[in-house]
Design a binder for this molecule. Structure first.
Ligand SMILES: NC(=O)c1ccc[n+]([C@@H]2O[C@H](COP(=O)([O-])OP(=O)(O)OC[C@H]3O[C@@H](n4cnc5c(N)ncnc54)[C@H](O)[C@@H]3O)[C@@H](O)[C@H]2O)c1
Length: 267
């Protein structure tokens, strides 16, 4: 029998595979919602976290919470639509992250929920500029910090609407579908450098991004009816899936999109 087949033992430290002690993470979009929850969650599991956002006030509020946990943190203003801005943020984080960046979570996203016949071409571009081009900028700049070091994790924020459709989501669904595909290409290109790239695909979570839906009773109830678990996700419920993709727990996982959707897409 081959010796490979006899390797049934678990590795040393298996009980620590979700820990991020000593790691340096970049969370772009850390000023609000899911990005803020992920930044704080990673800090609770031992990571130092650079908080990037176009909303500098929001990012520095997250930084303050992380510092209270005894972890190192940093606020960097960045507009992901602007390549020069993302490059300059990468330089700032590189100087901070002595020994290299281990994790980058690319979160920023916006939406313009309108039927196609009412959606202006400029609005379509606005969504694509943040959700797709912005994410490409982040993956390129922060991935560029990891590849030469031969280690890293990238987590891209997609959505269930990258995989299934819904009315009034033309720009958003197009952008998130592209994020799913971009994630696969990045995974293929970066795997030889031990940089693993995956995406998260949440259904609705209670954040400022979905205020429009939460404030419209009929719309809200229509959404909830589509979720087998019968509710929106709470922001903290994205932390576990993100932690899985950031940690040693997912050391043989790349190019995948992890659904966090209360069963929406199982139906
Ligand atoms: N909330 C949900 O129900 C839900 C569901 C699926 C996917 N998502 C995705 O999760 C991500 C976060 O959503 P959220 O609900 O936490 O939204 P949010 O509005 O609470 O947070 C988004 C953050 O991104 C930042 N941002 C926006 N444009 C930016 C730019 N140009 N440059 C830098 N930062 C920018 C905002 O300032 C904000 O801090 C998005 O990609 C969204 O599409 C959210």
């Amino acid at each position: 029998m081959s010796s490979d087949l006899e390797q049934t033992g678990l590795p040393e430290g298996i009980q620590e595979i979700f820990r991020l002690d000593g790691q340096r993470a970049i969370v772009t979009g850390a000023g609000s919602g899911l990005g803020r929850a992920i930044a704080l969650g990673f800090a609770h599991f031992g990571a130092d976290v650079a908080c990037l956002d176009v909303d500098v006030e929001g990012a520095s509020a997250t930084e303050a919470e992380i510092s209270k946990l005894g972890r190192e943190s940093l606020t960097v203003g960045v507009d992901v639509r602007d390549w020069e801005s993302v490059l300059s943020s990468a330089r700032e984080v590189e100087a901070w992250a002595d020994g290299g960046v281990d994790i980058a979570v690319n979160v920023p996203g916006i939406n313009r929920r309108k039927p196609v016949l009412e959606l202006e071409p400029e609005e379509f571009s606005e969504v694509l500029d943040v959700n797709l081009r912005g994410l490409f900028h982040c993956a390129k700049a922060y991935g560029g910090l990891m590849v030469p070091n031969g280690r890293g994790r990238i987590i891209n924020m997609a959505s269930i609407f990258g995989l299934v459709a819904m009315e009034r989501q033309a720009a958003y669904a197009a952008s998130k579908g592209a994020v799913v595909q971009l994630t696969k290409v990045l995974a293929l290109e970066f795997a030889p450098h031990n940089v693993l790239v995956n995406a998260l695909a949440p259904a609705y979570f209670t954040t400022p991004l979905v205020r429009q839906i939460m404030e419209d009773r009929d719309w809200y109830e229509d959404v909830v009816r589509r979720v087998p678990q019968g509710r929106f996700g709470e922001v903290w419920e994205v932390v576990g899936p993100a932690l899985f993709l950031a940690s040693r727990a997912s050391s043989f996982v790349t190019g995948t999109t992890l659904l966090v959707d209360g069963g929406w897409t199982a139906a």
